[in-house]
Design a protein around this ligand. Structure first.
Ligand code: XCC
Length: 631
């Protein structure tokens, strides 16, 4: 797919408009020069976007339509739904989709734990038995006389029950401060079962069910809570049990983690059940020997998106980039295979790869991709499948065209592994020193910066500028997902970044030898941020909404990010979005989300595309909360 050659001045301009990632720029330039299509080209080709869809005012849910709301005359769809209903129904659909994606990922992990317990997933083991036993205790499983395997089966089973609908509550909700749980009860948004809330939401978006936009959006909050305090939280905790609870370590990030003389393999997607097996497979002596026989110096595994974050946090596997880097990794011409599972994978990757020698390998029956090589991956045959895939990648090294290899620049070092357990350990065993620093005003508060890249925003600009502005104001940043990787590429995840922080935060970071921006993991690991908030609330005996904390998603694109934002707000965390959701067509919905929700959950959303202004909003909010606490 070659487009006409573009004039150099235009290439220069586009390159600057598209990203702040210096290692990405040469590849974007090459793509523009030679006509390789990227996400930015497709974004441009979609302009101008449909203004009805953008405002959330179109509905194609049933075949009485499709409908659009066009005042003053066409103010109801064929079924009679008005703007408020259409907008809220669309939004609930997004939340349910995102919640389903996170929680189904969590289920795959929990099922693996269960299979380990039953003895059928022999390639996996229990990496953190202490955490396994703590979780068993929390789930009411007496565990003193049982083996780790027996507990794994019982706990796996109990956690799978959380997905159903007979328990009518979720175990991990009780981690939240009592007063926060009471707020959920009073608002009628305490989730009853993970799957149940998704199904309930899908039921409501069926024509002729949900008709009241407020009621629909409250269900959105309930469904999102079943993700944050349910599916995602289980996903994080059980991943720690199976693969190890992250501890602080160093690694490297950006496209230059690819090695010219190695077989390069990228894992892309989300679920460590796959990627952890690939980590094992790439050290297999036979495969390493084969790589050398084929002329390579060895096998180099790199991560991409959230499954990359999972491996980075636990194993220090270098990270090649975030969401908008995924095509560029292929365009280095040095990638033998990209192994994907699910979520955030461009369906067009095989098309991109067809211009190079890269093999796209899909592994999930839920995410088969035309043009990819499909391996039916399951935990009972994890390692053998991973080895077969790695072998394919190694064999593909000979197909690499050396003339096409273009790995720009050099990698940036980063510090990672900030699980709550690791943070506590660094602080001497509890969050008390952190609380004292916040109370003394040395750290004004903390912000969770999360979420994706989105071609609506210059790649990484929203994340990096917001983070820089906040640390300057002595606000500690905790980050996950693609936001964290943006900060990593910008050097913000190293202790040396303390130099960019305000004087007080700088002094704290220097004495603790930590960066002012802490990488807490992948997007399901936003549950770590919830647990951190819960522990701070419990220590101070206040609900989460009274804490000097906030959330931000400067470049979000995904339905999963909508669910994350919704469970942050539902948990009492003021959250600033950098990209406007498709809701502007209903002033009533906008006002409910940015103001009215305060009446139900004491928190609200704000939308601010300018990261510097967003930092001001967040700082104001944090100062108000400090005043409320009398600190
Ligand atoms: Fe978003 Fe999650 Fe995807 Fe990155 S990978 S684009 S959802 S931040 Ni999780």
């Amino acid at each position: 797919a070659r487009m006409s050659l573009m004039n150099p001045a235009l290439i220069e301009q586009k390159k600057k408009e598209r990203t702040i990632d210096e290692n990405a720029k040469p590849l974007i330039e090459m793509a523009l020069r030679e006509g390789f299509e990227t996400v930015w080209d497709r974004y441009e080709m979609q302009q101008p976007s449909c203004k009805y869809c953008e405002a959330g005012l179109s509905c194609a849910r049933c075949t009485m339509g499709p409908c659009r709301i066009i005042p003053p005359h066409r103010i109801r769809g064929v079924c009679g739904a008005d703007a408020d209903l259409i907008v809220s129904r669309n939004l609930l659909d997004m939340i349910a989709t995102g919640s389903a994606a996170h929680s189904d990922h969590g289920r795959d992990i929990v099922e693996t734990l269960y299979l380990v317990g039953m003895g059928t997933a022999t390639d996996y083991g229990i990496a953190d038995e202490d955490k396994l036993r703590l979780l068993a205790q929390e789930f009411g499983i007496a565990n003193d006389k049982k083996s780790a395997k027996e507990i794994a089966a019982l706990l796996g089973r109990a956690m799978l029950e959380e997905y159903g609908m007979t328990r009518n509550t979720l175990q991990c909700l009780s981690r939240a401060p009592k007063a926060t749980q009471e707020i959920w009860d009073a608002a009628g948004i305490t989730p009853r079962g993970i799957d149940r809330e998704v199904v309930d939401s899908m039921h409501r978006v069926q024509m002729g069910v949900g008709a009241d936009y407020t009621n629909i959006l409250l269900q959105g909050l309930r469904c999102s809570l079943s993700d944050g305090w349910g599916g995602s939280m289980l996903g994080t905790d059980v991943s720690d049990v199976l693969f190890g609870t992250p501890s602080i370590r160093e690694s490297k990030v950006n496209l230059a983690v690819l090695k010219k003389d190695h077989v390069n393999i990228a894992v892309h997607g989300h679920n460590p059940v796959l990627s952890e097996m690939v980590v094992k497979a790439v050290t297999d002596p036979e495969l390493v020997a084969l790589a050398k026989k084929n002329g390579a110096a060895g096998i180099n595994l790199v991560g991409l998106c959230c499954t990359g974050s999972e491996l980075l946090m636990r194993k220090g596997v270098p990270m090649s980039g975030n969401h908008l880097n995924q095509e560029l990794v292929i365009m280095t011409g040095a990638l033998e295979a990209m192994i994907v599972d699910y979520q955030c994978i461009f369906p067009s990757l095989p098309r991109t790869a067809s211009c190079f020698h890269t093999l796209i390998v899909s592994t999930s029956p839920k995410a088969k991709i035309p043009g990819s090589y499909f391996f039916d991956f399951s935990p009972d045959k994890g390692l053998v499948t991973a080895k077969a895939i790695v072998r394919m990648a190694v064999e593909n090294f000979k197909n690499r065209n050396p003339a096409r290899v273009n790995i720009p620049g050099s990698p940036v070092p980063l510090m990672t592994g900030f699980s709550n357990e690791a943070i506590k350990k660094a602080l001497g065993g509890s969050f008390k020193p952190l609380i004292n620093l916040i109370a003394a005003g040395k750290i004004r508060g903390a912000v969770g910066i999360v979420g994706c890249n989105n071609p609506h925003v210059k790649h990484d600009y929203g994340h990096v500028e917001l983070t820089k502005a906040l640390i300057k104001k002595n606000i500690l940043c905790v980050e996950t997902g693609c936001a964290a990787i943006a900060s990593g590429k910008a050097g913000l995840l190293m202790p040396s970044a303390a130099a960019m922080a305000g004087d007080d935060l700088r002094a704290v970071c220097e004495s603790l030898k930590i960066p002012p921006v802490l990488h807490m993991g992948s997007c399901v690991d936003n549950s770590r941020i919830l647990v951190l908030a819960a522990e701070l609330g419990n220590a101070l005996n206040v609900p989460i909404h009274k804490l000097p904390i906030a959330g931000a998603a400067p470049e979000w694109y995904s339905q999963k990010a909508v669910s994350i934002g919704a469970y942050f707000v539902a948990s009492g965390v003021y959250t600033v979005l950098g990209v406007m959701p498709h809701i502007s067509g209903s002033p009533a919905v906008v006002s409910l989300l940015t103001d009215g929700l305060k009446g139900a959950v004491n928190a609200n959303f704000a939308v601010e595309p300018d990261p510097v202004k967003a930092a001001d909003l967040i700082a104001d909010h944090i100062e108000k909360k400090r005043t409320g606490l009398g600190i």
